[in-house]
Design a protein around this ligand. Structure first.
Ligand SMILES: Cc1cc2nc3c(=O)[nH]c(=O)nc-3n(C[C@H](O)[C@H](O)[C@H](O)COP(=O)(O)OP(=O)(O)OC[C@H]3O[C@@H](n4cnc5c(N)ncnc54)[C@H](O)[C@@H]3O)c2cc1C
Length: 373
């Protein structure tokens, strides 16, 4: 069976695939998204922290990519509200990174020194300064850094809005479509073949299958180029809001929602493709969260869940073309895929339109060591 040919076929309906599909459709291209089971991917499980400054270990290509994407978020969120009426929960809430000791506070200040030099907003604070921002923090907090430009979003709302906006822009979603391999003829990608043998032909193919990306045949990726890293989250539902900004503390982070919920995350585990929530993780996350903000101790536990972060060996995303022409990689976003959605979409759309990408993609090339099979 042959489906009608599209300009672009996108494999994977997570945040990378949906944001890319929307950007392509808004440029007038016909796009089909092939998704095995929407709702299963990491994008639905994420904590929604838009935190390039929290996440950056130092200055470098990944930090710059993350900062570029944060700068695009307000516009993406506004365009989604306009297209769908859905508030995706984008709030420039700011974030606190805190430590329990003076040495820890000094270490945070040292780690973030490059950000100040680069002109980013960083305010080093003591314990009282941190509690003035977030009164729920315990007396043990010895300070850290206030990062006023960091933000948060609600990933399930974002995913719903992206899908609806993409459909309204003309994107066709095939749900229940499991891709087995990339169709390659004369070193050019020609689309995708499903498990049932159906070939979906397209001028361009975008591989955005998250943690499952290297399981697809004929992509050119090494079998272990992208591995799943499980992240577990515990959702707390206090009777009234105790926090408005994101907090990174020892052993956990806290990501609040406007309705008062606080997501406590997240573990980092190589556990294969298993998404079970474990008692050890729940204990450890709650212990860390209650030490940081004891007021959360009275909060009922809402849901618990786990998702799989797509982890490349060097933790850098895989973006752009590799050895196979007309195959674009948009995968391997690891801890920052929600944050990186707008810039990923911009890169994919620019490459397919034959334009220069907004940033140098060489650090993220699929041709780098350990990624190509
Ligand atoms: C607990 C947790 C917390 C996180 N918190 C944050 C955060 O606060 N901020 C942030 O920026 N990032 C966060 N992340 C990371 C972020 O969620 C991921 O980087 C991002 O969602 C990856 O998006 P994706 O579209 O590449 O992958 P996914 O969302 O996993 O989507 C891939 C899709 O491809 C589909 N698929 C796979 N194989 C096939 C196939 N063969 N055929 C058809 N479809 C297929 C899957 O069903 C899936 O829907 C978190 C992740 C976890 C697990």
């Amino acid at each position: 069976m042959h489906a009608p040919m599209s300009d672009v076929v996108v494999i994977g309906g997570g945040v990378a695939g949906c944001a890319s599909a929307l950007a392509l459709a808004r440029r007038g291209l016909s796009v089909r998204v092939l998704e095995r089971n929407q709702g299963e991917g990491a994008s639905w499980a994420a904590a929604g922290i838009i935190g390039p400054q929290l996440e950056a270990a130092g200055d470098g290509p990944l930090a710059r990519l993350c900062l570029a994407s944060r700068a695009l978020y307000a516009e993406l969120a506004a365009s989604l509200v306009e297209a769908t009426g859905i508030d995706v929960g984008y709030r420039q809430s700011g974030a606190l990174r805190v430590a329990f000791t003076a040495e820890g506070r000094e270490e945070i200040a040292r780690e973030l020194a490059w950000q100040r030099e680069a002109g980013l907003t960083v305010e080093i604070c003591d314990g009282d300064g941190a509690r003035a921002r977030a009164p729920a923090l315990c007396d043990e907090v010895a300070g850290g850094a206030w990062l006023a430009d960091e933000a948060r979003i609600d990933p399930p709302s974002l995913m719903r809005a992206l899908r609806i906006a993409a459909e309204r822009a003309g994107v066709l979603f095939s749900t229940g479509a499991t891709v087995r391999r990339i169709v390659v003829e004369r070193e050019h990608a020609r689309g995708a073949q499903l498990e049932d043998g159906t070939k979906i032909e397209a001028g361009w193919t975008v591989l955005a299958a998250g943690s499952w990306s290297s399981l697809l045949e004929a992509s050119g990726l090494a079998p272990s180029a992208v591995r799943p890293v499980r992240g577990q989250i515990v959702e707390l539902t206090p009777a009234s809001p105790v926090l408005s900004q994101v907090v990174y503390g020892p052993g956990c982070y806290l990501s609040p929602r406007d309705d008062g919920r606080v997501l406590v995350g997240a573990t980092m585990e190589f556990a294969g493709y298993v998404t079970a929530v474990t008692s050890r993780a729940v204990r450890d996350l709650l212990t860390a969260a209650l030490r940081l903000a004891p007021a959360l101790g009275d909060a009922p536990i809402g849901r618990t869940w786990a998702g799989l972060r797509p982890h490349p060996k060097d933790a850098l995303p895989i973006l752009g073309e590799g050895e196979i022409a007309n195959l674009i990689f948009a995968t391997g976003h690891f801890r920052n895929g929600v944050l990186l959605a707008p810039v990923t979409a911009k890169i994919v759309a620019a490459l397919i339109a034959g334009e220069e990408p907004p940033l140098d993609l060489s650090p993220f090339s699929a041709r780098r060591a350990g990624i190509t099979g």
